[in-house]
Design a protein around this ligand. Sequence first.
Ligand SMILES: NC(=O)C1=CN([C@@H]2O[C@H](COP(=O)(O)OP(=O)(O)OC[C@H]3O[C@@H](n4cnc5c(N)ncnc54)[C@H](O)[C@@H]3O)[C@@H](O)[C@H]2O)C=CC1
Ligand SMILES: N[C@@H](CC=O)C(=O)O
Ligand code: NA
Length: 815
Amino acid sequence: MNILKFGGTSVGSVESIRALIGILKERKGAEKPVVVLSAMGGVTNSLLQMAENARNAQDYADDLKKIEQKHFDVIRALLPAIAQNPVLTRLKIYFNELEDILQSVYNLRELSLQTKDLILSYGERCSNVMVSHIARQHFANAEYVDGSELIKTDSNFGQAKVNTYLTETLIRDFYESNADKLLFVTGFISSNDEGRITTLGRGGSDYTAAIWGAALNADEIEIWTDVDGMLTADPRIVKKAFSLPELSYTEAMELSYFGAKVIYPPTMIPAFLKKIPIVIKNTFNVDFPGTYIKHGVQTSKLPIKGISSIDEISILNLSGSGMVGKAGFAGRLFSLLSREQVNVVLITQSSSEHSITFAVKPADALKALSLINREFELELQARKLEYPEVENGLSVLAIVGENMKRTPGISGRLFSALGRNGVNIRAIAQGSSEYNISVIIGRSDLSKAVNAVHDAFYADLKKTLNVFCLGTGNIGKTLFRQLQDQMPFLAQNNDLQVKVMGVSNTRKMYLNPEGIDLSNWEKSLQQKGQKADLTEFIGQMKDMNLANCVFVDNTASHNPIQHYLDVLQSSISVVTCNKIGNSAEYDQYVAFKQAARKHGVDFYYETNVGAGLPIIRTLKDLMMSGDRIARIEAILSGTISYIFNNFKGERLFHEVVKEAQDLGYTEPDPRDDLNGKDFMRKMLILARDAGYALEEKDVTIESMLPAACLAAKSVDEFYAELQNNAAYFENLKNEAAQSQKVLRYIGKLEDGKVAITLQMVDDAHPFFMLSGSDNIISFTTDRYKDRPLVVKGPGAGAEVTAAGVFADIINVGKR
Ligand SMILES: NC(=O)C1=CN([C@@H]2O[C@H](COP(=O)(O)OP(=O)(O)OC[C@H]3O[C@@H](n4cnc5c(N)ncnc54)[C@H](O)[C@@H]3O)[C@@H](O)[C@H]2O)C=CC1
Ligand SMILES: N[C@@H](CC=O)C(=O)O
Ligand code: NA
């Protein structure tokens, strides 16, 4: 025999009550269950509010009308007209009684706990009268049971203590003499010796189910709710939270103690003692197996079972020399708090015994403070103790699981996930049971922290990278297309989900906490985007406070650079193909690297040199493994390479330049390529990565353009000047051809000096054989002394550049 308990959402609407009836109908063959019902969703809170309003001489009548209507609407929708009258009449009587009670509270301006319990009891009574009548249409033997008459308690109104022996006897007797009925029992409510209504406190309807289950030795207690069971984390915080198939009682206790609202721990004790399994099921997803809480759970592969959290917590710290080596001090503190009913959520003590930190609910914080001030008055006055202060705005995050006991490294994984995402830990506690490690963190970090920890522990699940992109031009657009094409592969083969959360260009910006659909990003940006504002974009990105964030700069602008430090300091990785940042002042370049290191995030810029070619990575590997760079020789302008490789026959120079621009090889402003500036930036970045603290002025550039071209004030004027100087370029071309050489613009780093020169090279030169937009770089090092290490291939173009940015993003995800 099973007990089925339906919570507020499961009796909250016409649809849910239909679903409830459906679930009961499915049980036809099985032994007849007992059904326990909560009040309709929202009604208990509303009753409480009405009671408070009445006490404060405020209006409650409107709200009363609303909940009456809520019940009546369901009845009219689910009962045929002739069956409606008896139940409407019965409910009308309840609502009249309720009105009388509220009026008395209003008149007296007084609301005792006893009266409050009485008022609340109408929630369960009304929902149960309503549902049992509806059920009677389908089950002739459906019977309303006022559970308060069978669960006997003391007179601790609001949180009454159950007289277990008497209650179990009453329930058993009642059940036996009603063996032929399908019982619908009111949850939550009980009564004392005098028959006055009491309530069972938080989670009370679950408790009713557990009490009935224990009394009748039920096979299972089913808790029907609106989620798929106990989840790995709060699904409102972690979108990827998933339902756990099985939990031990202890794990369920630990998880629910910290905020998992599905079930409330004390309610499980009667079931726990009798080893009755509890199964949590979703009324709105009946076929889903849900979560089993029981003894003898199979060992699971998961290192932890779940992450739970308390949103709001306050801490108090008690410290001072008076505590050191003094036995009984902590005892005095905590028995004081317990005596005065202050619930302590978490305690840590430093091993020097110099300080104790403990956490309480914010509502208890000031009370705890004044209790301590009174109890330790002498010690405080004598300065043996510091006056404690309350610190608010904090949250608790806890990881829970029995496997923790057997698995080393769990705490390491927790702390590094938090550290890497810039979450500061204020206090730590591990239960000696090793079922639980709790940390106290800033409240604003909670969501980010829970997501980061979830990703860290469920590595076999998808890790999400939250990407914020600047620039929707040549590179930005291509990157979005590549990302979209590759998403299924990443999800399947790398367990990585890349979500673009924000996009901006110079005109518009659009951020969406749900992620932006990449098949439609242009339209979203256009239609839903707001006016672009970089500071605002970064502010909103930081405010989202997500785990595993990457800021991607696909612009050619100075503006984003000013924000890199701030972004890195906010524990957000930076991926950039924009070379301006790394090639400006050396100090700034160093600051970016330091900030990334300090905050445990990545700063990747592979595409700054040779687009997607692995040049920065190769140099880094050489340096890290202790090699020393003696010389670098390179062709690093894809544009100029393309021009020299295609400036042949009848074609004019400016035509080939235009072609390179159309192919997406040039900078947004092609003058930056042809005047050597882009090349200079790349050489400077390479030199810095090779360990030289150089500035722009340390690079000598031999210009390959006549002065008039260099002086052009606009891109159009530049093209015009290139055309005007056609003869100059023809000359260069012919001179090279006559000596069977080719034109090459070559950069060199040697002895800490960088020079870029225009050369004519013959076929003996290693840089002779190039085509298209090829880049080539040769590293001569202590280890690659006789024959250099060479990287060669297309070094410009949207596809290869976006692919390089993509790889950098993925590399952030891999860490
Ligand atoms: N084309 C290539 O082969 C390679 C290009 N790169 C780099 O890629 C970067 C982008 O190049 P393209 O896509 O060709 O440029 P583009 O001119 O096509 O696009 C630039 C985009 O940045 C946006 N933008 C500019 N300032 C902005 C700001 N302050 N906030 C937000 N958005 C802003 C613009 O609205 C535009 O959408 C450049 O830094 C370039 O050096 C790097 C390696 C190779
Ligand atoms: N404009 C650049 C693109 C790569 O950085 C080039 O031509 O090399
Ligand atoms: Na590269």
